[in-house]
Design a protein around this ligand. Structure first.
Ligand SMILES: NC(=O)c1ccc[n+]([C@@H]2O[C@H](COP(=O)([O-])OP(=O)(O)OC[C@H]3O[C@@H](n4cnc5c(N)ncnc54)[C@H](OP(=O)(O)O)[C@@H]3O)[C@@H](O)[C@H]2O)c1
Length: 270
């Protein structure tokens, strides 16, 4: 089973493709990376980084071991069928398109095409992404292993075997960064309501968030244990947490994730 990346083609050279390419360029040996994008300015930037670039999608995939589909879902119906005439049976299509079911992609490619669906998130841009993976019916365990090595330079991977679970992955980790950012926004607003300037609030909240997360990772304790350590009975933290729990904080977050999963199912159904 090979997990050596030799040649990768990206269809679409936008934000997510560039985030992935940033990690792949650190690999040694460095795989050959070809990017197809209609924008000449984007192609020039990619060429300067050491990639090959073209405006011709079909030409880009010739000889590629993995083809990463990194366009917007709305243009997939025009783009993917154009790859079919040059598609080779051993190639793997790795789609990062949100809400695009594998059977729909398979319908645009020759029968038996190997397809892996991936759901990354934006911290991929700094090598800290979380990526959910699901194999299509024709993809092999070797395809999945190779796809894992594609994402390894820019994050961690969780495989799911049932494609319907990709909506749950999207709800938790795909949309997840926005929940952390929303909570950070709320804490900054709350700190400003206590009289701090915006800059002071961002410092207090930012360092508390970064430090707490690092502490959680390094201490080896569960979040609940660390929370209990900060919470003296009848103290200040207990007063704040009581306010959150009175609004059913855990239930609220659970309902938010369920809403995201449900919306993912609706979007996939078209
Ligand atoms: N951003 C996220 O948080 C996130 C998370 C998970 C998954 N995704 C998925 O990742 C995919 C890419 O998102 P993104 O944020 O990277 O989008 P993006 O920055 O808009 O990148 C898409 C690129 O594809 C190019 N393109 C348009 N038509 C094309 C064609 N016919 N052939 C080749 N390339 C073409 C676009 O060029 P122009 O700009 O010139 O049109 C653009 O450079 C989306 O499907 C999204 O669902 C995104």
């Amino acid at each position: 089973m090979t997990t050596t990346l030799t040649s990768i083609a990206f269809i679409g050279g936008g934000n997510m493709a560039n985030a992935m390419i940033g990690g792949l360029l650190q690999l040694s040996p460095r795989p050959r990376i070809t990017v197809a994008d209609p924008d000449a300015a984007k192609r020039d930037i990619l060429i300067a980084k050491g990639c090959h670039a073209t405006s011709d999608n079909a030409a880009a995939i010739v000889g590629a071991q993995i083809v990463v589909l990194a366009i917007k879902p709305q243009v997939a119906g025009q783009v993917v069928p154009g790859l079919a005439p040059t598609w080779k049976p051993q190639q793997i299509l790795v789609s990062i398109l949100a809400g695009m079911p594998i059977p729909k992609l398979a319908g645009w490619l020759p029968a038996g095409a190997h397809i892996v669906r991936a759901m990354p998130n934006t911290p991929l841009a700094i090598g800290q992404g979380m990526v959910g993976l699901c194999a299509g019916s024709a993809a092999t365990s070797a395809d999945l292993a190779l796809t894992e090595s594609l994402f390894a330079p820019c994050g961690k991977v969780l495989r799911v075997s049932d494609e319907s679970r990709m909506d749950a992955i999207t709800a938790v980790s795909g949309s997840g960064p926005a929940y952390f950012f929303r909570f950070a926004e709320a804490l900054v607003a709350g700190a400003m309501a206590l009289g701090f300037t915006h800059d002071e609030a961002v410092l207090l909240v930012g360092q508390t968030g970064a430090g707490s997360w690092e502490y959680l990772q390094r201490s080896g304790f569960a979040a609940a244990k660390l929370r209990e350590q900060v919470t003296s009975p009848g103290g200040t933290t207990a007063a704040a947490l009581k306010t959150l729990d009175a609004a059913d904080f855990v239930g609220l977050v659970t309902r938010a994730l369920q809403a995201a999963e449900q919306r993912g199912k609706e979007l996939a159904a078209g």
